[in-house]
Design a protein around this ligand. Structure first.
Ligand code: GTP
Ligand code: ZN
Length: 378
């Protein structure tokens, strides 16, 4: 690839990166050196929520860039296939819920693996796939559709897809027992902003506190446009509206131990709660790695994603320079700082610090920013 083209790609990447931070848009990462990313002319929109992708035709298919990186879409004989959703991936076997209404244990087509050597996960939990059925219970994944809403983590320089095609994240924190930790909410929100996912903040156990005391905290999030709910399974506060918000959506559940996630699931759907518990217990025994995600159909077209690994939620990497852009309230001031590389901590002529002093930015939110930016634990 020419130097000029590479420079342009880098500029494109940066532009995308910034606009992603600004718009809370879907992640569009480009692997700068791949051939697909270099094919300027072939850029077009691919169906679904995946957004803008770059596209190039190869023998037997095409190469696209989606929210997960480079992927290959081979041509397939659709008459021979059924569509489905990958519920989980264990080693080489993917469990797919197909449109026939059954699950199939599926291997992945050899061609798909060969063409996707740079991708660690050819198939990920949450993928929309085309399967060629084999017998009653098995099949071969012939094609994986472009992805949106990607949760990933990087380890030893490689990006691992944890779950894809996610719509929203249910952030569960408790008003008491354990005590409310707003800084933890901020941390979760940063991750959601980074992944381009809509958060729903659920403050549980509100029956244990004076609800009026929560208003100063919820008000700050309301003002930024975040969806904050007060929940109690003891008196039923907020349960019905929450059920409605989950219907037909794919939701990732997250929150510290003891905040009431299982209890909340049970209040939403006892049958679903039971299924989640059964599998989580198996997972705890170390049968498969803790970061393996599992999708549970909610019966209304939606899915819930709940795994011990995701519950811990310390999986996504945010680089320090990225943090300010992921704080909705800090973001508008960043460009007004004197120094382009301002960290908004110790510098003079910092518009962010001025905004805190003038009351435009909540001082507690700013403290969170400083902690997260420094990589400190909550
Ligand atoms: N007062 C009150 N207690 C609740 C509420 N929701 C949950 N609890 C209690 O909080 C405790 C922890 O609830 P769990 O549902 O087990 O919490 P969890 O988040 O699933 O915990 P892990 O499984 O460790 O991740 C239990 O004793 C629940 O009875 C609530 O709305 N009000
Ligand atoms: Zn600054």
């Amino acid at each position: 690839m020419s130097k000029k083209k590479k420079g342009k790609l880098r500029a494109d990447f940066r532009k995308n990166h910034q606009s992603r931070a600004r718009n809370n848009d879907l992640t569009r990462r480009f692997t700068g050196d791949s051939d697909a990313a270099g094919d300027e002319a072939g850029r077009e929109r691919v169906s679904g929520k995946g957004g803008l992708t770059r596209k190039k035709t190869i023998a037997g298919g095409e190469v696209v860039e989606d929210a997960s990186g480079t992927m290959v879409l081979p041509e397939i004989d659709r008459d021979q296939c059924v569509q489905g959703r990958v519920l989980r991936v264990q080693g080489l076997v993917s469990t797919v819920l197909t449109d026939e209404g059954r699950t199939r244990a599926c291997a992945t087509r050899q061609l798909l693996k060969q063409l996707s050597t740079e991708l660690r996960h050819v198939v990920a939990a949450g993928d929309n796939v085309w399967v060629r059925p084999e017998g009653e219970q098995e099949g071969i994944i012939e094609r994986v559709e472009p992805r949106h809403g990607v949760l990933s983590r990087t380890s030893r320089g490689r990006r691992h897809l944890i779950v894809v095609n996610v719509d929203q994240v249910l952030i569960v924190v408790s008003a008491a027992q354990p005590r409310l930790k707003p800084n933890l909410i901020d941390r979760y929100l940063v991750t959601c902003e980074q992944a381009g996912l809509s958060p729903i903040v659920c403050i549980t156990k509100t029956d244990l506190v004076d609800r009026a005391d929560l208003m100063p905290i919820t008000g700050v999030y309301d003002q930024m446009g975040y969806d904050v709910r007060l929940i109690s399974v003891v008196d039923g506060q907020g349960i019905e509206p929450l059920k409605e918000s989950l219907a037909g959506k794919e939701t990732v559940l997250t929150g510290q131990s003891g905040v009431g996630k299982s209890t909340l699931l049970n209040a939403i759907d006892p049958a679903l709660s039971l299924r989640v518990q059964t599998v989580s217990t198996e997972t705890d025994k170390g049968r498969h790695t803790t970061t393996t995600a599992e999708l549970y159909p909610t019966g209304d077209g939606g899915y819930l994603v709940d795994t011990p690994g995701i519950r811990q939620f310390q999986l996504w990497d945010v680089i320090p320079e990225e943090v300010a852009g992921l704080f909705r309230d800090i973001r508008p001031f960043v460009s007004k700082c004197r120094y382009a590389d301002c960290t908004h901590t110790h510098e003079e002529f910092c518009a962010v610090k001025d905004a805190v002093a003038d009351g435009w930015i909540d001082a507690r939110r700013y403290e969170s920013y400083v902690q997260i930016q420094a990589g400190d634990d909550v």
